[in-house]
Design a protein around this ligand. Structure first.
Ligand code: SF4
Length: 334
């Protein structure tokens, strides 16, 4: 039996978990192709008008799997951590796809909601597993293997490996560049090379080493997020806000790039909180807003300007405050 997994949205978070689970049950996992202009264009045509870019990519990825698989796995994700939510778009995703895309194979739309009871997670895996086999012992085994795989995945990321390398079972080289920049944002924006307009390649070419929120441990992010006056109840936002606070406090990067989808309600808060946090610490911040009309040329120019600004600040104008509090040139104060 072939299970299709769209290479979009939470593929970047849970692919290793889903793949381990389904292959342990004896199914073959088929991934959609990497995002291309055609995939995005198909998604744009199929999706409702006010959808964000990642949803459009997701619809395109689903269309890419039609005719290649027996089922498409589109879980209905309501909550992935106790007491927290994720973006409501994930909750309606299977329905949105059913409504918008024609000639679909059956969808495995198991519901994941562990907001009140983390034990519900096994029920979610059980309901997905029953599409493949009636053997509940095998499903339980696959569930435990999947959780173990998830722990390994997180451990590798927290050791500094790049997420795309871990997904591809490759070792990261971790070469130290002239500058270090953190790239923050939802994983499907940060790691989809088409969506991020080859940001990582571009940074490497410019001798910049990159860290992402995934390279900072959950514990550190959670501890910083817990210091905020109000609980952050969106799971992925907690990680990003915690990471921004950590970067600001520890001063370990030369700048931060935040990738945000146009029209994303959650990011309109989260990117703003991250920006304010980092600006307080005078960390250069570049908000990269993306949608299906974003162009490579304009983006490259803005990125180069951002990197030049950081380099000039380090080299000649180390003490020039961009915030107007006080101005120094070299050692001589004005
Ligand atoms: S969090 Fe934002 S970018 Fe992600 S699915 Fe929701 S609206 Fe789209």
């Amino acid at each position: 039996m072939k299970i299709g997994i769209p290479r979009a949205l939470l593929y970047y978070q849970y692919y290793r978990v889903w793949k381990t689970f389904f292959t342990t049950l004896g199914a073959e996992v088929v991934l959609s192709d990497k995002t291309t202009k055609d995939i995005l264009d198909n998604g744009v045509v199929a999706t409702v008008n006010d959808a964000c870019l990642p949803l459009k990519v997701f619809h395109g990825a689903v269309i890419n799997l039609i005719g290649k698989v027996d089922y498409i796995f589109i879980p209905r994700l309501k909550s992935v951590a106790k007491g927290e939510y994720i973006c409501p778009k994930f909750c309606g995703l299977p329905d949105m796809v059913r409504y918008s895309v024609k000639n679909l194979p059956p969808i495995i739309d198991t519901e994941v909601n562990i907001r009140k009871k983390p034990r519900q997670l096994y029920k979610a895996f059980l309901s997905a597993g029953l599409y493949i086999t009636k053997d509940k012992n095998l499903i339980k085994l696959a569930y435990h293997k999947a959780l173990f795989e998830n722990a390994l995945f997180i451990e590798k990321l927290e050791k500094g490996n790049a997420l795309l390398d871990v997904l591809a079972n490759k070792k990261s080289t971790n070469k130290k560049g002239e500058l270090t920049v953190a790239v923050l944002g939802h994983k499907y924006n940060v790691y989809d090379q088409y969506v991020n307009m080859n940001l990582f390649e571009n940074l490497t070419k410019n001798n910049v080493s990159v860290i992402t929120a995934e390279n900072i441990s959950d514990k550190i992010c959670n501890d910083y997020a817990a210091k905020l006056p109000k609980k952050v109840f969106w799971s992925f936002a907690r990680k990003l806000i915690g990471a921004a606070n950590h970067l600001a406090k520890e001063n370990i990067v030369d700048g931060v790039i935040y990738i945000m989808s146009f029209g994303c309600g959650i990011d309109s808060f989260v990117a703003d909180i991250c920006e304010r946090t980092l600006r307080k610490n005078k960390t250069p911040f570049f908000l990269m807003m993306i949608d299906e009309h974003s162009g490579q040329g304009g983006f490259n120019t803005r990125l180069e300007a951002f990197l030049d600004m950081i380099k000039w600040r380090r080299k000649d104008d180390l003490d020039i405050s961009p915030y107007g509090e006080r101005v120094y040139i070299g050692k001589d104060a004005i």
